[in-house]
Design a protein around this ligand. Structure first.
Ligand code: NAD
Length: 477
C-alpha cells in the first residue's frame, strides 16, 4: 500500500499538522491501495500563507513566462503518463484502457488548449478610439482555492490549475479524498517543472474540513469548484461572508433527443455515451428522449446494446466498463434502480445486484429503463451510474418541454438529419452545451452549465478569464 500522507506546501512535501489517516480504496478490489492524510485548519492556513507569499512574484511574471512553466508541466506528464493512468485506475476504478486513452490525456489536451488560448487574451488595451486615456487591464484575482471531484480527476484538475497559473494566480488545490493520487502525481510534475515554491500547493482533506476552510478563508479570493450541486450550494454559503468569487461546475441530467430521422448510429452512441466511465460523468446523456414513431424499435436496440456491454477488471485491457467509485455510490445507484422499478418504469436491461460472475468490486449492471415519465425520480435525479432512462415524445415542442423540465442545464444532445430542426432545438434547449449528431465540442470550446448545473465556464479563453479581474483606468498616458 502506498504511503501518501504528505501535502505539497511551499515547494516541498510535508506531513500534516496532526495525523488523520484515510485509506484510498481501489473500487475494483475493495482493498486499500494507498493511505493519505486529511488536513485540518493549520494545514489549510499553511498552504494559503505560502500561496499569498508567492502571489506578487508570480503575478508580476510575463504571461509568456508563466506559459513556459505550464509547458514544462506538460513535458513532465509526457514522461510519466503511464503512471498517471495507473493512479487514476487504482483510485477511482477506470479500466486501464479508458485511463490511458481518455482520463489521463485530459491533462495534455486541456493544457495545450490553454496555451493556445493565451494569444487571445488582451492583458492591457485602450478602451477605444473615443477614449484615448482609458485603459482596460486584466489582473489575476489572487490566491485561489480549487476543489475537485473524483470522476474525471485529471480533467478537472487541469481545467482549474492551468488557467489559474496562466492568469497569474497562486493556487491551493484540494482534490477529492476519493481520488487524491493523480493530483499528488500532478504536484510532482509541477515541482519537477520548476514552478516557484508557493505558486502551487496541495492539501488533502474532506469537504467539511479543508474544503470549507478554503471556501470561508479570508485570504482566498476565489473558489473554483466542480462536484455535486449539494456541495456547490454549501460552498457558496461558506464563501458568502468573504464575498469571494465562486465558480461552480455541478451535476447534470442530460437529454439525448432522438428524432425519427436520426442517423443509424444514434442509439448505439447514446447508450455507450451514457454508460462510459460507468455512468460517472456530469454530462452523460442519461435521459434518452425518443420520437414515438421509432420508440419500440429504439427501446429494443438500446436494451440489446446495454446487454452487450461487459463489465470487467480495471487492470485488464479492453473496452469493458469498470466499477463505480465506492460502496456508498454503489448503494445509492442500487436504491435508484429499485426506485425506478417501484415507480413503474419498465426494466429492459440490467437491474439490481452485482453483474453475473462478479463477487467483489463495486460493479453495477448496465441498466436501461423504458416507459419512463419525466417526473419520475430516475428521470429527475442525477444517478451517477450506468443507468439510462428512455422517455417517448410526440413532436419537437414536446421534446423541448421534456428536455428542459429538469433543475439541471449542463449538456443536451440532439440526433436528426434535418439541420434546420437541429438548429432550432439547439437554441431552445436550456443548457450550457448542446452536442448534435455524435459531434463533440471542439478544443477551446467553453464547458459549463445553466440553472442548477452551475455558473461560469471552463476551457479555452473563457477558462482563463474566470481567474482574472478587469481593471478600468482613466487618465492613462
Ligand atoms: P462532491 O460534491 O461530493 O465532492 C466534490 C469535491 O467537493 C470533493 O473534493 C469534496 O471533498 C468537496 N466537498 C464536498 N462537500 C464540500 C463542502 N461542503 N465544502 C467544500 N468542499 C466540499 O462530488 P463528487 O461525488 O466528488 O463528484 C460527483 C459530482 O460532481 C456529481 O454531481 C457530478 O455531476 C459533478 N461533476 C460535475 C462536473 C461539471 O463540470 N459540471 C464534472 C464532474 C463532476
Amino acid at each position: 500500500m502506498l504511503d501518501k500522507r504528505e501535502f505539497y506546501i511551499d515547494g516541498r512535501w510535508m506531513g500534516p499538522a496532526a495525523p488523520r489517516d484515510c485509506e484510498v480504496i481501489d473500487p475494483a478490489t475493495e482493498e486499500p491501495c494507498a493511505v493519505i492524510s486529511l488536513g485540518d485548519q493549520r494545514d489549510t492556513d499553511a498552504a494559503v500563507i505560502a500561496a499569498t507569499a508567492a502571489f506578487p512574484g508570480w503575478a508580476a511574471l510575463e504571461p509568456a513566462k508563466r506559459a513556459e512553466y505550464c509547458a514544462a508541466i506538460l513535458d513532465q506528464y509526457r514522461a510519466r503518463k503511464d503512471e498517471m493512468a495507473e493512479a487514476i485506475r487504482a483510485e477511482m476504478g477506470a479500466p486501464i484502457k479508458l485511463a490511458r486513452e481518455s482520463q489521463a490525456p485530459c491533462l495534455s489536451w486541456h493544457l495545450k488548449n490553454f496555451l493556445d488560448a493565451m494569444d487571445q487574451i488582451d492583458w492591457s488595451r485602450p478602451l477605444g478610439d473615443h477614449a484615448p486615456n482609458d485603459r482596460i487591464v486584466l489582473e489575476p484575482i489572487g490566491v485561489v482555492g480549487l476543489i475537485t471531484p473524483w470522476n474525471w480527476p485529471m480533467n478537472q484538475v487541469t481545467l482549474k490549475v492551468i488557467p489559474a497559473l496562466l492568469a497569474g494566480c497562486t493556487v491551493v488545490l484540494k482534490p477529492s479524498e476519493e481520488a487524491p493520487l493523480s493530483s499528488m502525481l500532478f504536484a510532482e510534475f509541477v515541482h519537477d517543472a520548476g514552478v516557484p515554491a508557493g505558486v502551487f500547493n496541495l492539501v488533502n482533506g474532506d469537504g467539511v474540513g479543508v474544503g470549507e476552510q478554503l471556501s470561508s478563508h479570508p485570504d482566498v479570493s476565489m473558489i473554483s469548484f466542480t462536484g455535486s450541486t449539494r456541495a456547490g450550494i454549501a460552498i457558496s454559503k461558506a464563501a458568502a461572508d468573504t464575498l469571494k468569487r465562486v465558480t461552480l461546475e455541478l451535476g447534470g441530467k442530460g437529454a439525448n433527443v432522438i428524432f425519427a430521422d436520426a442517423g443509424p448510429k444514434a442509439v448505439k452512441q447514446g447508450v455507450l455515451h451514457c454508460m462510459q466511465n460507468s455512468g460517472q460523468s456530469c454530462n452523460a446523456p442519461t435521459r434518452m428522449l425518443v420520437e414515438e414513431s421509432i420508440y419500440d424499435q429504439t427501446v429494443a436496440e438500446a436494451a440489446e446494446i446495454a446487454q452487450g456491454i461487459k463489465v470487467g477488471p480495471t487492470a485488464e485491457d479492453g473496452r469493458h466498463i469498470g466499477p463505480v467509485v465506492n460502496k456508498s455510490q454503489w448503494d445509492k445507484i442500487q436504491s435508484m434502480i429499485e426506485r425506478g422499478i417501484a415507480e413503474g418504469a419498465r426494466l429492459v436491461a440490467g437491474g439490481p445486484g452485482l453483474p453475473e460472475g462478479v463477487n467483489r468490486g463495486y460493479y453495477v449492471r448496465p441498466t436501461v429503463f423504458a416507459d419512463v415519465r419525466n417526473d419520475m425520480d430516475i428521470a429527475q435525479q442525477e444517478i451517477f451510474g450506468p443507468v439510462l432512462s428512455i422517455i417517448p415524445f410526440k413532436d419537437e415542442a414536446d421534446a423541448v418541454r421534456i428536455a428542459n423540465d429538469t433543475p439541471y442545464g449542463l449538456t443536451n444532445y440532439v440526433q436528426s438529419e434535418d439541420g434546420a430542426k437541429r438548429n432550432r432545438m439547439a437554441l431552445a434547449l436550456k443548457s450550457g452545451m448542446v452536442e448534435m449528431n455524435g459531434t463533440s465540442r471542439a478544443a477551446g470550446s467553453p464547458f459549463g452549465g445553466m440553472k442548477m448545473s452551475g455558473r461560469a465556464r471552463e476551457g479555452g479563453v473563457w477558462g482563463i478569464e474566470e481567474f482574472l479581474e478587469v481593471k478600468a483606468i482613466s487618465g492613462w498616458s
